[in-house]
Design a protein around this ligand. Structure first.
Ligand code: N01
Length: 548
């Protein structure tokens, strides 16, 4: 059932007319694609999706660096809203690689004819709520003007790339790339001297691949990281077919899990078993690879420092066993933050790469970057010459992409002003003073701490339910109550306090961006608890929201 549609009133055009639609969705990644289908095809809304890229894919359109791959197992890194789609798609590997995820998302767009109302190559520049019409006025960098009742962001949590402001950064005469906006034609590293700055997920995935292709690679590391081997492999079709027979139950388990994965979790403390038993459990889950090392071993690795230290020490011993040069191994060994305090990294051949003769590790703590020159990067130990610099330096996470858009709510209040001391949301979905605006996997929701498609589907379905409810009741607006928002922000903050997350400088806390308020942004209570909470909110007549 469509809400009262304004679509007949005007049409889009370069002459400055305002095009009226029911909903504007920003972004055509997982969130935007699913919302488009849900709102347009199952509810009959007039939807306009605006996408900056030239194709669908979001994160997976932009992040094309060598080795880019998802850390979630492929059979779970997909939509679950359509059974035929789930049954028909065949993943080739245990973890899906970027080209394959992009193929999957373009397949979804084809299958559901989703492109016809997506405007590509266009950025939303501003969205202002007009209190006289109760509509959002949206403008783009191409001069489009749209008026909509529902404004929904599917702009991702990690889409605003960040290159630190190193002195002389623009002087470099060679090639320079950020992993999050990689050239579509790829980069030819053959015969080249390459510097990679950064050893987070993007650096750790790209470093082994670049090392195999280039003449010499220098890695500039600020913080050594804990890593778990991925154990990437091709997937046996029989295994996938078995999973598909049980897909409903598997997804149901994921939806009601902590992290959006269908893994069996344990309630065993790392401190409740003998040293020998603990090592055996670590070895077993290490051999399985990926996040099973966390979910399948012990329950308190992220909440108890002593428990976390047992996992840290296990991983340190693995680094020592893997890296031949003891001095390099020591520099790669994390000691300044607990295991589980930063995003856990899943690697393939990362530590092995430092045994290659063409790879050098530089510790920026003892050799800090002084400047970037025409020919390379100068640290306190001298100039490292390079033909290519790869910035694997991360993102202005969770809030950066919102701040790039001039979003204004009631009374012209700017979202970026409201969030100056940290993001304020109700359920990570809604903001008081910004009616009918929904943020898919916004700050304050489980988002980046889960398997993203599971979190995205839950949010999209929640939004669709809210829209449907308002239509049925003949209501116009929904908006978070300021008190509910304040209580939610406090709850999100309280949940994070006893966890390891508070013990490291991470992008979860905004610590990677100079001047960004240090606030833990995602909800760490788990997917299942969050989902139950949202269901209660709906059952209690949208508790915490004002409907009018
Ligand atoms: O970014 P990051 P990313 N001088 O912020 C270093 C998701 N993701 O793009 O740790 C020197 O993690 C910084 O050092 P430090 C995933 O959620 C997923 O790698 O801050 N170094 C760090 O080493 C991930 O967490 C997948 O001390 C500087 C690196 O740059 C998130 O995206 C794949 C510096 C940045 O690491 C972001 O990952 C890729 C400076 N001034 C990404 N500033 C998969 O699913 C920063 N650094 C596999």
């Amino acid at each position: 059932m469509a809400i009262t549609s304004d679509t007949d009133a005007t049409t889009a055009g370069p002459g400055g007319e305002v095009r009226q639609v029911d909903a504007v969705v920003i972004g055509a990644g997982f969130s935007g694609l699913y919302l488009n289908w849900r709102l347009r095809d199952t509810m009959g809304l007039d939807v306009q999706v605006i996408e900056a890229g030239d194709e669908v894919g979001g994160t997976w359109y932009w992040n094309r660096y060598p080795g880019a791959r998802c850390d979630s197992e492929s059979y779970m890194y997909c939509f679950a809203f359509d059974r035929d789609l789930m049954q028909n798609w065949e993943w080739s590997g245990k973890y899906p690689e970027q080209p394959e995820i992009l193929r999957y998302l373009t397949h979804v767009a084809d299958r559901f004819d989703l492109r016809r109302n997506i405007q590509f190559g266009t950025r939303v520049m501003a969205a202002h709520f007009d209190e006289t019409t109760n509509r959002w006025d949206v403008t783009t960098d191409r001069g489009d003007r749209l008026r909509c009742r529902w404004l929904i962001t599917g702009i991702g949590c990690l889409s605003s790339g960040q290159i630190p402001d190193f002195p002389g950064r623009d002087r470099f005469q060679g090639e320079a790339y950020h992993t999050g906006s990689w050239p579509h034609e790829g980069v030819d590293f053959a015969g080249k001297r390459v510097i990679v700055v950064g050893t987070g997920s993007s650096g750790v995935q790209s470093i082994p691949v670049i090392a195999r292709q280039c003449e010499h690679l220098t890695v500039l590391q600020r913080t050594p990281q804990y890593m778990i081997p991925a154990r990437h492999a091709t997937v046996d079709k029989a295994v996938l077919d078995g999973i598909k027979q049980d897909y409903d139950a598997i997804f149901d388990k994921a939806r009601h899990s902590m992290g959006g994965f269908p893994y069996d979790v344990t309630d065993r403390s790392a401190l409740s078993v003998s040293e020998q038993e603990r090592q055996a459990i670590y070895e077993e889950t290490w051999a399985q690879g990926g996040f099973k090392f966390i979910f399948g071993s012990f329950s308190d690795l992220r909440t108890n420092l002593d428990a976390s230290e047992t996992a840290a020490e296990f991983i340190r011993s693995k680094i020592r066993q893997t890296v031949h040069d003891p001095d390099v191994a020591e520099r790669l060994t994390p000691r300044d933050h607990p295991f589980g305090s930063k995003r856990t990294l899943i690697d393939t051949d990362y530590f092995e790469t430092y045994n290659r003769p063409n790879v050098t590790l530089v510790d920026l703590n003892t050799s800090p970057i002084e400047e970037i020159t025409e020919t390379g990067i100068r640290t306190s130990d001298g100039l490292i010459e390079a033909d290519v610099i790869v910035y694997a330096t991360g993102f202005d996470a969770m809030t950066g992409s919102f701040n790039r858009i001039d979003i204004r709510g009631r009374g012209g209040e700017r979202l970026r002003d409201k969030w100056a001391a940290g993001p304020l949301t109700y359920l990570g979905l809604s903001v008081s003073g910004f009616p009918n605006l929904f943020m898919i996997t916004g700050p304050g929701s489980p988002s980046v701490l889960t398997n993203m498609p599971v979190a995205i589907e839950q949010h999209c379905e929640l939004v669709a339910g809210i829209v449907d409810h308002l239509q049925e009741q003949g209501l116009e607006l929904i908006e978070a109550e300021p008190e509910a928002e304040a209580a939610w922000v406090e709850h999100v903050n309280e949940l994070a306090q006893p966890t390891m997350f508070m013990h490291a400088n991470s992008w979860y806390l905004g610590a990677n961006i100079p001047g960004k308020p240090r606030v833990f942004m995602p909800y760490c209570g788990g997917m299942s608890t969050y989902r139950n909470h949202c269901e209660k909110v709906v059952a209690n007549n949208y508790d915490g929201f004002m409907l009018s």
